[in-house]
Ligand binder design. Structure first.
Ligand code: CP3
Length: 367
């Protein structure tokens, strides 16, 4: 029976100190990297997508007066923001503070990240001539990424840094639609209407994302995540025909660098095995599919990451605790399990609740 405050205090409003992840000798020996490789771990590692961001008052304070893209190009700010949730919550990994559209900005796409909206592209890509204006990414276009990663790796010590990029479909959706879309109509119309232009666009985006991942790993990141946030909008057949090969190309760009690769999307329960087969060691699962079902669908071949419903962070502690315990227990049947949310931290989340979830995952999973 547990005696720690994390399970005996009455509600999430009670302050809790962070429980730093049990130390490892190096990032390569950390619980996160070991779980991703399907190796034994001292505890289930936990981090949260969007752990750095508006849920933290210290984030809102340092971002005051600086636009998102400008912040992403400022290594001091990137390092500080990336470290904030590690200090506060005691999570098992840092995720590099950046955005999936940063490499597009770096190659010269005219875009902005509009608060409350998301990425907005001035001249959408819908024709061959539009695509011809999208250059490849070379490392010299993102010196601020290399510098920020190096600085972070030095400060993080044994805590691993996760690098990331957007997958070709999700990036293509922003570029073709010109901004966020719920239906991806123009994107799908281009995909099936001009498969050759679609394929060339996705191949270019795979180069850009792959190069962006590679820059981060060469500067010291210990794992990567490919975000295909919106690909759950596709059927299996369309994913296999139009998308999988391009995500595979992005993941292949770091295949020789010996870092585990996490592949995540929202609403992708029907695509999990195809996303694993694209070249990932870990498949991210959102909250619509249980970890148990995900492990079955993946045939035991991949580690899994997930999958607490972010909305439960607003629920009373008792049902939230029950859900966390259930997910940790289900994860024991996976070749490796990394605890996370089913999608990003909502901006209105009480950060105290996240700290308590980290402490609870560490406590109930300790071997
Ligand atoms: O802690 C982390 O997870 C690291 C940072 C991170 C950000 N964006 C910072 C950010 C990561 C991993 C991303 C990836 C990203 N960006 C994705 C994939 C992940 C996902 O959520 O599915 C997507 C689809 C984007 C595009 C994007 N950028 C959106 C939808 C938004 C939100 C717009 C809004 O204001 O609601 C952004 C902006 C953004 N990226 C913010 C942050 C912290 C908010 C901007 C701000 O704080 O001013």
């Amino acid at each position: 029976m547990s005696t720690t405050p994390a399970t005996t205090t009455p509600g999430p409003s009670v302050a809790s100190a962070p429980s730093p992840a049990p130390a490892s000798a190096s990032p390569a020996e950390s619980a996160l990297v070991r779980a991703a490789r399907g190796q034994s771990v001292s505890h289930t590692p936990v981090w949260f997508m969007r752990q750095a961001g508006r849920s933290l008052p210290e984030y809102r304070a340092v971002r005051e007066g600086t636009a998102m893209l400008e912040a992403c190009r400022t290594p001091d700010l990137v390092a500080e923001i990336t470290l904030q949730p590690v200090r506060r919550h005691g999570v098992d990994a840092a995720i590099f503070f950046s955005d999936i559209v940063v490499p597009l900005d770096a190659v010269g796409v005219d875009l902005d990240i509009v608060p409350g909206v998301g990425p907005v592209v001035a001249q959408p890509i819908r024709t061959r001539a539009d695509l011809d204006r999208l250059p490849a990414l070379t490392p010299d276009a993102v010196p601020y990424i290399t510098e920020a990663v190096r600085r972070l790796v030095a400060e993080l010590g044994p805590t691993p840094l996760i690098g990331f990029a957007g997958a070709p479909f999700t990036l293509a959706s922003y570029l073709v639609e010109g901004g966020p879309s719920r239906t991806h109509e123009k994107t799908k119309a281009l995909m099936v209407g001009d498969p050759s232009l679609w394929s060339d666009l996705c191949a270019r985006l795979a180069q850009i994302s792959g190069a962006f991942l590679r820059v981060q790993v060469e500067a010291g990141a210990s794992a990567v995540q490919l975000f295909d946030s919106w690909v759950g909008a596709l059927s299996r057949a369309d994913y296999a025909a139009y998308v999988q090969q391009h995500s595979a190309a992005a993941l292949a760009a770091v295949a020789d660098l010996d870092v585990p690769r996490i592949h995540f999307g929202v609403g992708t329960g029907e695509l999990l095995d195809l996303m694993g087969a694209a070249g990932a060691e870990v498949v991210g699962v959102d909250y619509r599919v249980s970890v148990t079902d995900a492990v079955r669908r993946l045939g035991g071949s991949y580690a899994v990451q997930g999958n607490l419903d972010p909305a439960l962070l607003f629920a009373p502690w008792a049902p939230l605790e029950g859900a966390v315990r259930r997910i940790v227990a289900e994860g024991r049947a996976a070749p490796g399990h990394i605890f996370n949310l089913g999608h990003g931290v909502p901006p209105a989340t009480d950060p105290e609740v996240l700290t308590r979830v980290v402490a609870l995952v560490h406590e109930v999973s300790a071997r």
